[in-house]
Design a protein around this ligand. Structure first.
Ligand code: NOJ
Ligand code: NOJ
Length: 572
């Protein structure tokens, strides 16, 4: 059944149930309008302590209400920061009711920064900031995990700096300087100190260097340089920005972006990582030849085509879709998580990427097609050649190309629409063969990603983060680092933690186990889970890295507070 948008508009005034029911039958425009509202509400429902879907959570943005298969009832620093970036943008675009969520985030993150965890602690050297996730009540998560993940501090700093820039322009620079900056400063210190060390990628699987992480790290330091100057404070770590930019160039292999390097995984490197990165550093004022890999950059476009094309043959739901139309996009084609499927947030990210690129060409009034980007444009506008296209009237080649790219963008949204259930609920993934939603339900990040896509499509762009002033990279890259300065952000609500004297303790246990079994230490301290029955998430996990036929060794190398006696038990 199809409704005209005017009929749908009348329905929405009469009965919100009917709107949700008819979501699928309507044109793209009205789908996006309805889904954008559902998505924003979907995000708010997942924010504790009052969100309707996350009863029992603390003051945190929970990844999903799903508590099993998979258990996503945690707060991830990355998911939370990207979600908060959307909330800050919506706030700045005029939704003033959202400011309370921003204030609560500032306080909650100030506290979280001080929570010691398996990655380390805030003091003395910031290592705890690299922890990827925490329990829904903000306590440390002790389970085995891919840690550290170094995108989290950069993304959190970016969200907080975007808000601080608003404060500054709205007569509240004291709040920005005294309350928010100390939180930001810890995160930027972390970036400046550790950007050159490997960590786990955004998919939490690969230990190495991740394009998405490095790209956001660079943005955070450039934005930090500007904000610190405006607030008349010092940014420790921001001086590393040119080095990070230098390193960022190394992910380009001449044809596309290799998303994970300094690792030896058997993959092509084509990964949604490199589509999410450019939209997260999108700057409406940037030049397309900026080394920051903006969406309108030729390398970013060539990479976009390579990544999207890799999925054309990977999923049966993409079969037969012509090259000028969008497809369902996943993490990477070798993915086996839930058998490897397309993700809502990556499919809408593909659309967002294209809306961003068009906005940048239109803002610059020019498009340079070069050898690198030619193939991308050929799919959409076969007459294209390598040359400069200046903006012109409706019939100009420039405008024809813009419309072709926008239609291409819309076709990715149409794919997301096709596999969105009538209720508008967005899970994490949808089945590669049937399109049925799967994995975590009501994924906060899926909702946030829908909203940012809808913003760009509606011509709503965040303010520039100063790409044009970003310092050029040095001629030769070097592996540098600036020691960070870390302190609890007490003005924002952090407890006044001090350096704890910690003792390095190594547990070595001989325990013969069957495949699939794991060994944990449970005990009476926070490090050992305080005898929590939820052993998987709170106990200290041992590793079987040294297990052999000769010796069934399980071990863990950890830090425990000095001056306490500890009781513990081993659990299999
Ligand atoms: C959970 C992670 O969140 C996900 O990204 C990963 O694919 C699976 N673990 C498997 O490692
Ligand atoms: C798995 C994803 O791979 C990861 O990026 C995300 O942070 C978690 N799920 C939580 O949503």
């Amino acid at each position: 059944m199809r409704f005209s948008s005017s009929v749908a508009g009348v329905l929405s005034l009469l009965c919100s149930q009917a709107v949700a029911f008819s979501l699928r039958g309507r044109d793209l425009e009205s789908f996006i309008a309805a889904e954008r509202a559902i998505a924003l509400q979907g995000v708010l429902n997942n924010i504790g302590p009052d969100g309707s879907q996350v009863a029992g959570a603390g003051n945190y943005i929970i990844a999903s209400p799903s508590k099993e298969d998979p258990d996503y009832f945690f707060t991830w620093t990355r998911d939370a920061a990207l979600t908060m970036q959307m909330i800050v943008d919506e706030f700045i675009f005029g939704n003033t009711a959202l400011e309370k969520y921003i204030d609560e985030y500032i306080k909650a993150q100030a506290i979280l920064q001080t929570v010691s965890n398996p990655s380390g602690s805030l003091l003395p050297s910031g290592l705890g900031l690299g922890e990827p996730k925490y329990l829904a009540n903000g306590q440390r998560f002790n389970g085995a995990w891919g840690r550290p993940q170094r995108d989290g501090p950069a993304l959190r700093a970016i969200a907080l700096m975007t808000y601080s820039d608003w404060l500054l322009r709205n007569g509240q620079s004291a709040k920005a300087r005294n309350i928010v900056w100390p939180v930001i400063s810890n995160d930027l210190s972390y970036v400046g100190q550790y950007w050159n060390q490997t960590g786990f990628d955004l998919w939490e699987e690969v230990q190495g260097s991740s394009f998405f992480t490095v790209q956001n790290q660079h943005r955070s330091l450039v934005q930090g340089t500007k904000l610190a100057r405006d607030l008349r404070v010092t940014c420790t770590g921001c001086d590393q920005a040119p080095q990070v930019l230098c390193f960022l160039q190394s992910f380009w292999n001449g044809k596309y972006i290799v998303s994970n390097t300094n690792t030896n995984i058997a993959r092509t490197g084509l990964d949604g990582n490199s589509i999410l990165g450019p939209i997260s550093v999108f700057d409406i004022d940037a030049y397309c030849d900026s080394l920051t890999f903006q969406p309108c950059n030729s390398k970013s476009l060539a990479n976009f085509k390579a990544v999207v094309d890799s999925f054309r043959t990977a999923y049966s739901i993409n079969a037969g879709i012509p090259k000028n139309q969008g497809v369902a996009v996943g993490r990477y084609t070798e993915d086996v998580y839930y058998n490897g499927n397309p993700w809502y947030l990556i499919t809408t990210a593909a659309a967002e990427f294209l809306y961003d690129a068009v906005a940048q060409w239109r803002a610059r009034h020019v498009l340079y097609v070069d050898e690198t980007s030619l193939a991308f444009f050929k799919d959409l506008y076969p007459d294209v050649v390598v040359r400069q296209y200046n903006s012109g009237n409706y019939n100009s080649p420039f405008e024809q190309i813009m419309r072709a790219v926008l239609a291409y963008a819309d076709s990715f949204v149409a794919v997301a629409e096709k596999y969105t259930p009538a209720s508008g609920a967005l899970a994490e993934q949808f089945n590669r063969d049937t399109g049925v939603p799967l994995s975590a339900r009501d994924l906060t990040w899926s909702y946030a990603a829908f909203v940012t896509m809808a913003e760009r499509r509606a011509g709503q762009y965040p303010r520039s983060w100063n790409t044009r002033q970003a310092a050029a990279p040095p001629a030769t890259c070097s592996a540098s680092s600036t020691p960070g300065v870390y302190a609890p952000a007490t003005a924002a609500g952090a407890p006044n933690v001090t350096i704890a004297c910690q003792i390095n303790v190594i547990f070595n246990v001989n325990a013969s186990t069957y495949f699939g079994e794991n060994v944990y230490i449970v005990g009476n301290t926070t490090e050992l889970g305080e005898w929590n029955a939820d052993v998987l998430n709170t106990a200290l996990a041992l590793s079987a890295g040294g297990y052999s036929a000769e010796r069934p060794l399980w071990s863990v190398n950890t830090f425990l507070p000095a001056g306490e006696s500890i009781s513990y038990k081993l659990a299999v």
